[in-house]
Design a protein around this ligand. Structure first.
Ligand code: FAD
Ligand code: NA7
Length: 537
């Protein structure tokens, strides 16, 4: 061990979402380290603390959107609907934090503003917005990959006299009941909001930039005995999840759409449509929807036909119909396209009729119409993956900042460590797995805990070399290029933020393969990591 007693803490964890909570628990309770967590929000929960907009929910089905590490909690925690919504997920995380008595070691309302490595002492100094600073030997950043809000720079945005709110900063006192509401954005968040809001508002105007493929979620109450059925099978369920690709709790298809005839394709798509879930529609139907343009087009055409059948007004149906490949994060929702048959819902395509400015009274579009609003909702998403990293002054060896190190693109080894930042671990850092995220978070937290255990045993720093990082970047790029995802602009490649360089930001090889790599690396004495040794030049 290096300088145990000279630092304020052994480890500092930043962020109190699924990642930070579990990491604080393992480092403190499994390794016996002195750990402090910092969270800028006034409560724990991360995503599920911040995103309180009407309709906010997980679209991973309930049994699979939870930790798997606590068998007793798996037996104790019930759910009533196919999907858990934001209040329930937050209540779940609050329960976990209390169950393990973690609250006392999280400092809330505390934004971390700097994380700086001192090469003389091999320690990190973490500065906060309150002007304090704390030292530690290890830092774990669990800053969230969809947590740094994207606020569009629209002329006049500050002049709006109604309530202007981003979905991830939804204030507790805001009710949309009976109001004239506008929403910009039709991604996963926007579509969830639109379905929920259409039932509550007097009028809803949807400002859509890109039309979206959305399939039903199949949400509804769970059947009798369903929860008990899952509970009796949890060990085998997690085994399947951990060894699957997207980790959504279903068996991925092994059949190519190109290997069956049109009638069979139609039957399989219809069955998936009736079953519900976006990831299931993309990965449970056929194994080539995300990689083969012909199969992708078959799935896309099926959804387009559903839009035409559902939406009564032909012009609205036209505007809602996507033409690009079906290759963004798959969306699902109960009754998304039906909403546009309601008299109180209006769709404005801002591709064809752009927003000119936001006025004190609403949103003005190029056709001269001023859409008058009481509330304007920005469902405009996030500066994904590296967004929160670049909002902190993080400096590693030689005073090099993470911003400089990632000047071309955010990179890492395994989404966990980046070269030049010894003893700093990331949860869901760049080029981590693209899956149902809680099982990936668990895999990373447990691997980081193993690495720290090893560093404690051997003494000295853990780090990765630039070469290892470059090789991992290449692996992720090769896999991404094998898919159709780069063919559309979305946050998965940083393409949603003006001025941000497009880059591969995920490992699209699946959780099973990712976990396999982690095991292999560990079996080969942590190949790729240097523990207690200087990094070769
Ligand atoms: P987060 O939960 O984002 O937590 C990060 C925390 O770090 C935040 O609380 C933030 O305040 C804090 N933080 C950041 N910077 C600082 C700083 N400088 N100082 C102090 N604190 C800081 N994933 C799925 O797998 N399935 C889903 O269905 C799904 N649905 C989603 C729906 C929505 C609306 C959103 C936004 C995300 C969804 N996700 C979903 C992704 C979700 O973010 C992850 O599943 C998971 O919650 C991430 O946990 P985390 O701990 O890594 O990050
Ligand atoms: P997304 O998926 O990035 O969606 C954001 C939406 O906002 C999308 O429709 C964008 O249009 C639109 N957008 C973004 N910027 C603008 C501007 N400047 N003007 C108009 N419209 C804009 O974010 P979400 O929050 O929905 O989902 C992100 C993830 O978080 C998701 O996977 C969930 O797990 C939660 P575009 O499509 O880019 O044309």
């Amino acid at each position: 061990m290096t300088s145990t007693q000279t630092t304020d803490f052994d480890a500092i964890v930043v962020g109190a979402g699924f990642g930070g909570i579990y990491q604080l628990h393992t480092l403190r309770d499994k390794l016996g380290l002195r750990v402090r967590g910092f969270e800028k929000g006034a409560g724990i929960g991360g995503t599920w603390y911040w995103n309180r907009y009407p309709g906010a929910m997980s679209d991973t089905e309930s049994p699979f959107y939870r930790y798997s590490f606590d068998d007793e909690l798996l037996q104790e925690w019930d759910w009533a609907r196919k999907y858990i919504d934001q209040p329930d997920i937050l209540r779940y995380l609050e329960t976990v934090v209390d169950r393990y008595d973690l609250r006392k070691d999280f400092r809330l309302n505390t934004e971390v503003t700097s994380i700086v490595f001192d090469e003389a002492t091999n320690t990190w100094t973490v500065g906060t917005s309150a002007g304090e600073s704390f030292t530690a030997r290890y830092v774990v950043t669990a800053l969230g990959l969809l947590a740094a809000t994207n606020i569009p720079d629209i002329p006049g945005i500050d002049s709006f006299e109604g309530r202007l709110v981003h979905t991830a900063e939804w204030p507790d006192d805001l009710s949309i009941e009976g109001k004239r509401v506008g929403v910009i954005g039709t991604g996963s968040t926007g579509t969830q909001f639109i379905v929920a809001a259409a039932k509550q508002v007097s009028h809803l105007t949807v400002f859509q930039r890109s039309a979206q493929y959305s399939v039903p979620s199949g949400n509804g109450p769970v059947g009798p005995g369903e929860v008990d059925g899952y509970k009796s099978r949890f060990p085998e369920i997690w085994e399947q999840v951990r060894n699957s690709g997207v980790a959504f709790g279903f068996e991925e298809s092994t059949v190519a759409a190109t290997d069956v005839d049109e009638a069979e394709r139609e039957r399989v798509f219809q069955a998936a449509w009736d079953r519900g879930n976006g990831f299931y529609f993309m990965f449970g139907t056929f194994n080539d929807i995300a990689i083969n343009p012909e199969s992708n087009e078959a799935a896309a055409a099926f959804i387009r036909r559903k839009i035409a059948e559902t939406v009564k007004d032909p012009e609205t149906a036209r505007l809602l119909t996507p033409t690009q490949p079906y290759a963004k994060r798959p969306l699902c929702n109960q009754g998304y396209y039906d909403v546009y048959n309601q008299d109180n819902v209006k769709l404005v395509s801002i591709k064809e009729n752009p927003i000119v400015e936001i006025t004190p009274r609403g949103v003005k579009t190029a056709d001269g119409v001023e859409h008058e609003l009481d509330v304007l909702v920005l469902a405009t998403g996030f500066d994904a993956v590296d967004g929160n990293y670049r909002r902190i002054d993080i400096r590693g060896r030689g005073g090099v900042s993470v911003d400089e190190h990632w000047a071309d693109a955010p990179t890492s080894f395994l989404g966990i460590m980046t070269a030049g930042f010894p003893n700093m671990f990331m949860i869901l850092g760049p080029n981590g797995p693209f899956t149902n995220l809680v099982p990936s978070i668990e895999a990373q937290v447990e691997f980081i805990t193993t690495l720290v255990t090893e560093a404690e045993r051997r003494g000295g720093l853990i780090e990765v070399s630039q070469q290892v990082e470059d090789e991992w970047t290449e692996t992720c790029t090769t896999i991404a290029n094998y898919t159709l995802f780069p063919k559309t602009d979305s946050w998965i490649f940083g393409a949603n933020i003006p001025g941000k360089k497009h880059a591969v930001m995920f490992y699209l090889g699946g959780l099973g393969a990712y976990r396999g790599l982690l095991s292999e690396i560990q079996a080969k004495d942590f190949e790729g990591f240097s523990i207690g040794q200087p990094i070769p030049a």
